[in-house]
Write a protein that binds this ligand. Structure first.
Ligand code: MSK
Length: 678
């Protein structure tokens, strides 16, 4: 081999090595990537460099729905000249193929959220029937609030007198009706009527109100089978039913019943990043999505029995931290720390200080089992739906009927592993404080005060222009783009332009790590109007609303804004936009589509597998606006991404007549009633 060849090969190899500063903006992640390289441990960041995505799959035009393919229909290098002649073996156009693939992502995402919701509904019903001792009805106020939505009476007439019904009797009826939403075959899901009236009517006119949660997902799988639905517009109509079934049923029921079982979140303080782990403690991370498990592990890890046992093994205590959306759940309700977001899961193990990573469902990388073999960490799977074949994974199945017992077994396994630490632990110092837990009920309270909780002060500040609009920024990390960078640029651009941000999922964690979830952030990052409002009310400019299923809280917050008056009759009238700058999971596509069908302009970053089918892309990005008032968009550059959201917000402000500077007017009740009637 010549010297030049050797040099060229070395250059290629050098390029294939992860530069921590290029792949993440988070200092803890950078530090752990350096340690991983030193320890010879491969992570997703390495594989993202060595393995490139398939460019046909990226365009959405690879069909493998029958065995005559895969039929691959990439866009010609020169683009389409004249008629698009591309066809699969059966004649499927790029539009049909891309729409089918898109629909299957909606089905996958809606199924994941909804199956989570089904599990919660089952446990809720078991608690209501008192079949389990470990779960109870905690938030009675919320139970009574949602019961009418399921047409469940909260009072009963006895001897001509109206009396309150027994709470557990109400809960059983709510639980049964909620659980039946999955298998319902006809009619409408109950919560569709929670949407603003105009939106609900539009869905009825378009014939997209879901009949039942499971039915709409199954129908996507049928329609996208070989030789069934071959009109991309008709396929998207079915996506709308399934996605609405996710946002306004599967996810929304999950959120509501979790709140009733574990408490509705209200603002609380917490800490985030790998620096929350402690070298002299037993460190346990709960990773995944379902709070059914993590709630019990919180109880087990705080029990004197387990704390004593940890001390017997030489530890000073137990640190229980969360990762991904489980983290959001236990943080919001118990103030438990968050170790990190999706792309940090392998790196938590690389610290060498993690005694157990306990996982349930969704967003769990199979490679954690391989990384764990390089250290001493026990990976414990707990859900019969999600086992890991790789590595030395332990399975301790979690059953709601003896939940606390199972949780103690899991915590004990972690404690027993504490003396097995192999390498010197290295825990990054980086951690940040944050304020989290802004359920839509909490926002109501914070804005309006104890006696007159209301979204009106928010509307008032949008009308007077202090707040330009609302941005919902959510979603995952994606190893194809710099970790957390897109999230932070989009959010900071919005804040600078007086757009208040509602967040969930891994975006919420990126914001937390960067210090954006504190009231003090308002002064540093916001335009003058938004800063003034946040400082007056004492809230962070980015409101942490929870986990992925809690995007349903954003739907409810948007509905409350419409109902508070003065900003139009429907969600599509609001100066608001949605965003997922670093999305990666199918759930994000389902969420994106339920926001679009709710009337929200929704921008995704990284890429969307629709670009190989230009007519389908135009349908999603432009034509859906005429149908739903909301549409999809793809903007990879995060600055431009935020600017397009702001442009849309301004368009809506103009349509509402809010584009001219207004004098601040103090409104009395009569003025508000006039606005409500307008
Ligand atoms: S955890 S779905 S990576 S937000 Fe909900 Fe984060 Fe996305 Fe998983």
């Amino acid at each position: 081999m010549s010297a030049d060849e050797i040099k060229a090969k070395a250059e290629v190899k050098a390029k294939k090595t992860v530069n921590p500063r290029e792949v993440t903006v988070d200092p803890a992640t950078q530090q752990m990537l350096e340690k991983a390289a030193k320890d010879g441990v491969e992570t997703i960041f390495d594989r993202a460099i060595t393995m490139k995505p398939c460019n046909i799959g990226e365009q959405g035009t690879c069909c493998k729905n029958c065995s005559q393919g895969p039929c691959r229909l990439p866009l010609p290098k020169k683009g389409i000249e004249g008629k698009d002649e591309r066809k699969g073996l059966c004649g499927a156009t790029p539009e049909t193929i891309a729409a089918r693939n898109f629909a299957r992502m909606v089905a996958g995402g809606a199924a994941a959220h909804s199956d989570h919701g089904r599990g919660v509904a089952e446990v809720f019903l078991a608690a209501a029937r008192r079949e389990t001792e470990d779960y109870h009805i905690q938030d009675i106020e919320k139970l009574l609030e949602i019961a009418p939505d399921f047409e469940v009476a909260t009072t009963v007439i006895v001897d001509g007198q109206e009396q309150e019904r027994d709470v557990y009797e109400i809960a059983v009826e709510v639980g049964e009706k909620a659980l039946a939403e999955w298998g319902k075959q006809e009619g409408e899901i109950y919560y569709a009527k929670r949407a603003p009236e105009a939106r609900y009517k539009l869905w009825q006119d378009l014939d997209v109100v879901p009949r039942g949660i499971d039915r709409e997902i199954v129908e996507i799988m049928h329609r996208t089978h070989m030789g069934v639905d071959q009109d991309y517009r008709n396929i998207i109509k079915q996506c709308s039913r399934a996605a609405i079934g996710d946002g306004w049923a599967g996810s929304m029921i999950a959120t509501d019943l979790q709140d009733i079982l574990f408490g509705t979140p209200y603002p609380t303080q917490g800490e985030i990043n790998l620096g929350v782990l402690k070298a002299d403690h037993v460190n346990i991370i709960v990773h995944g999505h379902e709070p059914l498990l993590s709630e019990m592990i919180v109880v087990a890890a705080q029990s004197p029995e387990m704390l004593d046992y940890a001390k017997q093994k030489g530890a000073k205590g137990i640190i229980l931290a969360g990762m991904c959306c489980t983290a959001n759940e236990i943080l919001m309700r118990h103030g438990m720390p968050i170790a990190g977001n999706y792309l940090q899961q392998e790196l938590a193990i690389v610290t060498g200080a993690l005694d157990a990573m306990v996982v349930d469902v969704q967003c769990i990388m199979e490679n954690i089992a391989n990384v764990a073999q390089c250290y001493h960490t026990k990976v414990i799977t707990t859900n019969p739906r999600a086992m890991i074949e790789s590595g030395d994974t332990v399975h301790i199945e979690f059953d709601e009927h003896h939940a606390l017992e199972d949780a103690k077994k899991i915590v004990k396994t972690a404690i027993d592993n504490f003396p097995n630490r192999k390498a010197e632990a290295m825990i990054p110092a980086a951690k940040e404080k944050m304020v989290v837990g802004f359920s839509y009920e909490a926002i109501n309270y914070h804005l309006g005060g104890t006696f007159r909780g209301s979204y009106w002060p928010l509307n008032d500040n949008i009308i007077n222009g202090r707040i330009r609009g609302i941005g919902g920024v959510v979603g995952c990390n994606n190893a194809r783009t710099t970790h957390d960078e897109g999230h932070l640029i989009v959010v900071k651009e919005l804040l600078k332009n007086d757009v208040i941000v509602l967040t969930t999922g891994c975006n919420a964690m990126a914001c937390g790590k960067a210090g954006l979830l504190t009231p003090e952030a308002a002064k540093v990052y916001c335009g003058p109007g938004l800063a003034e409002v946040c400082e007056t009310v004492g809230i962070p400019p980015v409101l942490h609303m929870g986990s992925c299923v809690d995007n349903s809280r954003i739907l409810m917050a948007a509905t409350q804004v419409v109902k508070a008056g003065g900003l139009g009759k429907d969600i599509s009238d609001l100066p608001a936009a949605g965003s997922a700058p670093e999305w990666m999971s199918e759930k994000a596509i389902s969420i994106g589509h339920y926001f679009v069908t709710a009337g929200v302009y929704t921008v995704f970053g990284v890429g969307l597998p629709v670009t190989g089918a230009p007519r389908f892309q135009k349908y999603l990005f432009e034509e859906l606006e005429d149908i739903y008032g909301g549409m999809w968009d793809l903007v990879v550059d995060p600055y431009e991404h935020a600017q397009k959201m702001i442009k849309h917000i301004d368009k809506k402000r103009k349509a509402l007549g809010l584009d001219k500077g207004k004098e601040r007017v103090l409104m009395d009740m009569a003025d508000r009633q006039k606005l409500d009637a307008a």
